[in-house]
Every structure is written in C-alpha cells, then in structure tokens.
Design a protein around this ligand. Structure first.
Ligand SMILES: Nc1nc2c(c(=O)[nH]1)N[C@H]1C(S)=C(S)[C@@H](COP(=O)(O)OP(=O)(O)OC[C@H]3O[C@@H](n4cnc5c(=O)[nH]c(N)nc54)[C@H](O)[C@@H]3O)O[C@H]1N2
Ligand SMILES: Nc1nc2c(c(=O)[nH]1)N[C@H]1C(S)=C(S)[C@@H](COP(=O)(O)OP(=O)(O)OC[C@H]3O[C@@H](n4cnc5c(=O)[nH]c(N)nc54)[C@H](O)[C@@H]3O)O[C@H]1N2
Ligand SMILES: [Mo]
Length: 766
C-alpha cells in the first residue's frame, strides 16, 4: 500500500485484475445484488423492499432514468437498481453520537465509500463557525438560521441553489419558485455536468431539449446506434429493451473506445434463454472509436449518405432548413481527418453506412461519452444532421435518444430547475404568483464554483447530490466551498460535501424515494419524468429511517416561508398537500393538463413532444435545422494520452457501493488506469506498474499541471492513445475552465495527461 493512503482505501492494496467479461447482467448479477442488499438491509427487509420496487403503484426506482416497460416481469429488477435501493433502505444509522466521535477534519480524510457505509442521516446537524464537530440542531432553528443568512445578503445573486436529479417534480417546482421569488436564477444542477450538451444541441436543432423516441420505438427500430454509453452498468434495464429490439430483427451498432461487456451480449436472468443458453449477442458491429472521434464519425457517415444519395428528399424539403450549407460544408471535410479523429478507416465507416442505408428506421442513443467534451454540442448537432438526412425523426422506430442519468433529472428541468430559464416560464410564474421573477441568467455549476472561489457567495444550498465530489477540479472546488458563509445540504446519506464546508454548515436529513411520506398528516406521493418524457407517480412504501426526517417538499417550503413570508405564496398549502403544487405546475408549464388525474393511472402520461408527435419543430426557422459543425481534433502532444473518467459497476456517481468493477475484471480497488498495451509499452511502463496521472492545461499563466497519485496500469481493450479511470478520484485532474462550448459541461471525457512513475507523496489521496 502506498504511504499515506487513508486506511479506508486499504482495499486498493488487495486490488486484483482478472479478464473482463464479455456479457452483461445474468444470474451472477442478481446474486451479487442480493448479497449487497442483504448486507445493508438484512434479508427479510431486502426481499420486501425489492418486491416493493416491482409494483406498478410502487416507488420509482431511484437508480437511473430508463423508462419502465408496460408489462413488468414479476421479478424484474436490475442489479444496480437493487443496489441503489439497498443503499437508501439500509438499516445503518448516522446518529449524533457518530458526529460527536468524528470531527469534520476526520470526516474530510474519509473516502466516499466509507462515508456512505455509515448509513442514513437521522437528524439536522449544525457546524458552528469555528467549531470542530457537527452538533444537533432543531428543525425550526435550522430554518431560521438559513432564512436569516439569506435575508442578510446584499444581493439575492449571492446565494446559490444546487439540485441533483433525484428531486421530485413537486420539490423541484417549489424550490425554483422559492429561488425566483427570492430574486435569483442561480439554479445550477447536475444536468450542467451531464446532458446539458444534449439539451443545448437538441434545443437549437429540433426545438426541444429532450429525446424524441419512446420505449416502443427502441423495441421496433431496425437499427440502434449506441454511442458513448455503457448501459450494462448504468442503464441495465435498457439491455432487456435491446433484447427485444434484437428479437424483432433490429440491429445494434456500438460506438465506444472501450469494449464494454454489456454492449457485447446480454444474459437475461428472467428468461430461460438468458440463464441456460448463454444469452443474446447485442452489438452486430463494434466501432472502437478514439475518444472524441464522434463528430468525425457522424460526419463520415453523412458524407457517405450524401454521396450515395441515400436521403429522404421529401422530408428534407418539407421539414428542414439549412441543408445546402450543411452539404457544402461536408464537402470540405477531409477523409484523412475523419480517419485520424476516429482511428477508423473509411472502409469501416462504409460498412456502418451500408447498415444505415439498409435500415428503414434508425435511433441513435448516447450518454456521457458524447456530452462531456469540448465539442459535445457540435457532435450532437451532427447526430441530428445524420437523423434528418434519412427522415429518421417523428416516425416509428426512429429518432434521437439521449439516455438520461438521474431518475428525475429530466423532470427537474421540465418544472423549472434551469439557470437559463425560458421567458415563458418566468411570465407564467409572475402571473400566477404575483412575483417579479428575475430575467438575468444565473450561474451554472462551473460559474457557481467561480463565484464561490471569488468570494461572491454567502449561502450555498443543495437539494441532494454531492457537489464537492461530483464537480471538476476538486482542490479548486474545495477551496471555493470553504469560502462560503453558510453551506446547507439536504441529504439522505453522508458524503464528501458534508466534510468540506462553509464557515457554518447544516446537514438536513430527508426522506428518500423508498419511504412513506406522511407530510401534513396525509398520504403524499410525488411524480417524476423518465428519460422518454413519461410522467408517473412514485409512492414510498418503507417506514422512514427515523421519525425525524422531513420530505424535500416540507424542507423547501419551510425555508421559503421563513425567508419570504406567505403574503404572495401560500407555502403552507403546498406543504400540506402536494396536489396543490401539481395544480401550480399544471397552470405554469405546458403539457400537464389534468395532471392529478392522469398521473394516477398505472403508466402515467406522456408529455407532448413536437418532433416526435407531429414533426413540429419549435426552432428559429420553424423547421428542423441542419447545422454546420467544424471538425477540430484535440491536440495530444507526443508522449501524452487522452483520459476519460467513467463509472465502475459498483458506484452511483459519487456513491461508491463497493470496490469491484466485475465486467471490466477489477476486484477490490479503484485506482486503476485502463491502457492499451502498445501505448503502455511505448511509454516504457510495465503492466501493473504504479503511476501518477498528470493533466496539462494551457492556463493564463502558462501550462497548468494537476496530479492524481498512485494508479495501477491495467492492460485493456481501449482505443490507441485513449485511457480510462474512475471518477470521482480523477476529478482533481479536470481543470475548472475546461468546459464544452455552449453548454459549459466539464470535459470529463477528454483530458490530456501524461504518466510518471508513482511518487510516494500522499497529497491527492482520497
Ligand atoms: N449503476 C449506475 N447507474 C447510473 C449511474 C451510476 O453512476 N451508476 N449514473 C447515472 C448518471 S447521472 C448518468 S449521466 C448515466 C451515465 O451513463 P454512461 O454515460 O453510460 O456513464 P459513463 O460511465 O460515464 O460511461 C461513458 C461511456 O462512454 C464511453 N465513452 C467515453 N468517451 C467517449 C467518446 O469520446 N466517444 C464514444 N463513442 N464513447 C465514449 C465510455 O467508454 C463509456 O462506455 O448513468 C446513470 N446510471
Ligand atoms: N469526472 C467526472 N465527473 C462527473 C461525471 C463524470 O462522468 N466524470 N459525471 C457527472 C454527472 S453525469 C452527474 S449527473 C454528476 C452527479 O452529481 P450529483 O448528483 O451531485 O452527485 P451524486 O453522487 O449523484 O449525489 C449523491 C448524494 O445524493 C444524496 N441523495 C441521494 N438520494 C437523495 C434523495 O432522494 N434526496 C436528497 N435530497 N439527497 C439524496 C446522498 O446524500 C448522496 O450522497 O456528476 C458529474 N461528475
Ligand atoms: Mo448524470
């Protein structure tokens, strides 16, 4: 073990590497999930909990945002959904005694894995200015403290209000209403680090910042291209949908620098075939593209489709604008550049183009592999060009499918969590509540960190998430957070952000998705929107972790009431009955007509989607827009590599469930760097050697270097020149200023690094 590593990370001393798997899910997956659930919840409670997840009128799985099929299997639950539930339904508790024992300084040395393992938060805790430990505080006192600090600010823009995407529609609407009535649009959210690039690109080109397909479209399409996504780990239920695609005769093309087990094959634990016969092959074609090569990939395909005149001319004429400029631009893109950027040959792309031409309907799915680069917005616009060329928009089995992350991240944006709100929303809020919502745009995540760093933030409040760990440039961000007057976290579990605080800090423990919500003495439910725009109800079924917990709606409305009073907005009514909030949403946001009634059906309802429903495009030209996107190839100096930061199979973002990444063959450790054996040999390292990762970034005062210590090299099937390691350990390497053009998303999937033999320096360990 490397000197200075915190004892909780001793797991890395036992790190073992095996061969990666070549299929996803399957029986071992379920067995592992049950083991994990059993350890957290005890076996009886885990069986009950996992059954509760399967009920149509049960709670929405707090795992990912992939939609539920209409006909669920009795026993359908995915391994990682089970882990997410077990993490929340754990019987372990963090009590006031725990905080008396562990100082904040002590907590700051602990890993997120260790912090999460301590269990559920149980009562509000306050860290006083100059204090060393969190102490218990009553709810009323805590609300008064927040209200007092907010009212004492010179300017509402000195407060920042973060949201993570598990928050319900009801809590999110109340929250953004409070923040705007208070006077700011400083509403950064996890989306800024996630699908913001998709929202920007799709908004400009299609007039809606969301995907345009249904689950049925996935089942019936003739071809799905899955680019920059690892569904086997991050959206396991998508594999059952892809199994149906294949059963219906559809084909799958994977575009990914890593060979991912869950894209190659699927062993469905719920079918005899899956258990006994080795499962279904998924990807018919696996394009092992270079990191950041996707803009070139789609431009190459588009050139080939244009050359072959394999176009839907009628669709282009009737429904699109900008085709001629787009076509003229593609003539200037050179094949040599496409081959260099993708690491693929023209012949490889021709094979893909043939399959596209042979397919009457095509869907492109993508996730973080496409959204977290400097040129992510142009890349996704080029995907739109690709779909438009053959009219793959607004008809069965065709369209764009950004696969969202957090279970309600899409719903949060729909109901107003947006630092750049549309005028229509603000006008609607003004009319209904008699407020004057601010028009000036607020801070996104990166701007929020800059504001804190520069001493412009007095109060930081987060509803969910783990801001300090999820964000880039960990050291800069930690210092920024310490520069704030009061930091407040509404959380279910302890995490790294509770240990890196402002001068005063509050932890407010809240109910999770799985728990009964009897706020105001009545049975409450909440609503959420999945990745495909379906809105449905979620009802918790488990007894709350303690009777001290309050719901997010309760906490948000109580803070609002103390801060603003109730003259204009009746916060108490919203808190007493969430249907009141749904009434407000219906009045202010299009598509929620008869909300209360429609959401109380087993499948919920679909929000309107112009491109999908009627080929209507609410863009500047009133049509779907072809765009011109410049191909710029990242300059990786000799001796350097391009690093992407990914999730292991045992984590949900910053929540680390365990230390294994079974599909990639990693056991009992996380500090690994997946590298192509030829790159490793060329750089003069041995397989298994320990290295430091040093990122380089052209800052204002010359090249900045950032170092992450002690990673073990693992030979792996990754594209040449492209390496991978897990986040959040590598967030220290991502420069704050390295963001995607237009969307501002940190470039967590393309960081230029070099390797050095590991130094013994403990700085940088977590
Ligand atoms: N179990 C579990 N489920 C989750 C999460 C979790 O942490 N754990 N997180 C949730 C959240 S918030 C999100 S946003 C999603 C994330 O879901 P994913 O986007 O699948 O997550 P990542 O692990 O970031 O994987 C990125 C994938 O893109 C590939 N990739 C990276 N760069 C490129 C590139 O330049 N081009 C191409 N073509 N491919 C590239 C990587 O090799 C990898 O397969 O999952 C959600 N679901
Ligand atoms: N380098 C790198 N950085 C990344 C990414 C990457 O791929 N690479 N991915 C980015 C992406 S896609 C995302 S979405 C962000 C994620 O950023 P966040 O959403 O901020 O982070 P999470 O780790 O999902 O948040 C976990 C915490 O949420 C709290 N929590 C869980 N459930 C609830 C609940 O029901 N209510 C409340 N109030 N709190 C709850 C728990 O306290 C838990 O510790 O990270 C981003 N950061
Ligand atoms: Mo995400």
């Amino acid at each position: 073990m490397v000197k200075g590593a915190p004892k909780q990370d001793a797991g890395d001393a036992r790190l073992a590497i095996k061969s990666p798997k070549n299929y996803g899910a399957g029986v071992p997956g379920v067995v592992r999930a049950l083991e994990h659930a059993g350890a957290q919840m005890g076996l009886v409670r885990s069986a009950l909990t996992l059954t509760a997840i399967n009920q149509k009128d049960g709670f929405d799985c707090p795992g990912c945002a992939w939609p539920d099929p209409d006909h669920r299997h009795i026993a359908e639950f995915c391994e990682n959904g089970a882990k997410a539930v077990a993490e929340e339904a754990t019987v372990r508790r963090v009590t006031r005694d725990f905080f008396a024992t562990h100082s904040v300084a002590d907590l700051a040395t602990r890993s997120d894995h260790w912090l999460g393992q301590q269990g559920r938060l149980t009562e509000p805790m306050l860290l006083r200015e100059g204090g060393s430990h969190y102490e218990p505080i009553g709810w009323d006192e805590a609300f008064d403290l927040i209200a007092g600090e907010l009212r004492a600010l010179n300017d509402p823009d000195q407060a920042i209000f973060y949201t993570s995407g598990r928050t319900s529609n009801e809590a999110a609407f109340a929250y953004q209403l409070f923040v705007r009535a208070f006077g700011t649009n400083n509403l950064p959210d996890c989306s800024n680090m996630c699908h913001e690039s998709s929202g920007s690109a799709l908004g400009q080109t299609l007039g809606i910042g969301k995907g345009t397909v249904t689950l049925e479209d996935i089942h019936t399409t003739e071809l799905v291209i899955i680019a920059g996504q690892n569904p086997g780990t991050n959206h396991p239920r998508m594999l059952s949908a892809l199994e149906r695609t294949k059963a219906n005769g559809g084909r799958i093309i994977a575009v990914n620098p890593l060979i991912e087990a869950g894209l190659k094959a699927f062993r469905n634990p719920q079918t005899v075939r899956g258990v006994l016969r080795g499962g279904v092959e998924l990807a018919d074609e696996y394009c092992q593209i270079r990191l950041n090569g996707d803009l070139a990939f789609f431009q190459g395909l588009n050139k080939l489709l244009l050359e072959a005149d394999a176009l839907d001319h009628a669709f282009i004429a009737e429904h699109t604008s900008g085709f001629d400029e787009f076509r003229a631009h593609l003539d200037t893109v050179e094949w040599a550049d496409i081959e260099r950027a993708t690491g693929m040959s023209r012949a490889d792309l021709e094979r893909v183009a043939e399959q596209v031409q042979a397919s009457g309907s095509v869907i492109v799915c993508w996730a973080m592999g496409l959204t977290q680069h400097k040129n992510s917005v142009p890349t996704i616009r080029e995907i739109v060009n690709f779909l438009l060329l053959r009219g793959n928009m607004g008809r069965p089995g065709a369209g764009a499918c950004p696969v969202r992350g957090h279970s309600n991240v899409q719903g949060d944006r729909t109901v107003g969590i947006n630092e750049r709100p549309p005028a229509a929303l603000l006008n609607a809020l003004d009319r209904r509540f008699g407020i004057t919502a601010p028009r000036e745009h607020g801070h996104d995540v990166v701007a929020a960190i800059r504001a804190m760093r520069d001493g412009q933030c007095g109060v930081f409040l987060a509803v969910g998430g783990n801001f300090v760990r999820a964000t880039p440039d960990s050291k800069v961000t930690e210092a920024a957070m310490r520069n704030v007057g009061l930091t407040v976290h509404v959380s279910t579990k302890l995490n790294g952000s509770h240990a890196v605080t402002g001068r005063q800090a509050l932890i407010l423990p809240t109910l999770g998705r799985t728990e009964h919500d009897r706020t105001g003495g009545r049975e409450q439910f909440v609503t959420v929107e999945d990745s495909m725009g379906m809105v449905h109800a979620s009802r918790g079924r488990l007894a709350p972790a303690t009777d001290q917990l309050r719901s997010e709606v309760d906490i948000v409305c109580s803070i609002a009431e103390r801060t603003l009073g109730s003259d204009l907005i009746d916060w108490a009514a919203m808190r007493a009955d969430y249907a009141t909030i749904r009434g407000h949403i219906e009045a202010c946001i299009p598509g929620f007509d008869r909300y209360e009634k429609r959401v109380n059906t087993p499948l919920g309802f679909a929000l309107p989607n112009g491109p999908r429903d009627s080929r209507t495009f609410n863009t500047s030209t009133g049509k779907a827009r072809f765009t011109v996107n410049d191909l710029v190839i990242i300059d990786v100096p000799p001796g350097h590599l391009l690093l992407q930061t990914v999730r292991s199979h045992d984590q949900f973002n910053t929540t680390i469930y365990g230390m294994d990444d079974v599909y990639r063959g990693v056991k009992a450790g996380r500090r690994v760097l997946f590298i192509h054996p030829d790159d490793r040999a060329e750089l003069g390292f041995a397989d298994g050697e320990m290295v430091d990762l040093i990122s380089i970034w052209p800052g204002d005062a010359g090249t900045e270097e950032r170092r992450a210590h002690a990673f073990r090299l693992v030979d792996y099937a990754t594209a040449r020149g492209c390496v991978a390691a897990y986040f959040p350990e590598t967030n220290v390497l991502v420069p704050l200023d390295s963001v995607a053009d237009e969307s501002g998303t940190p470039t967590s999937k393309s960081i230029v690094i070099r390797l050095e033999p590991a130094t013994d320096d403990p700085v940088g360990w977590r």
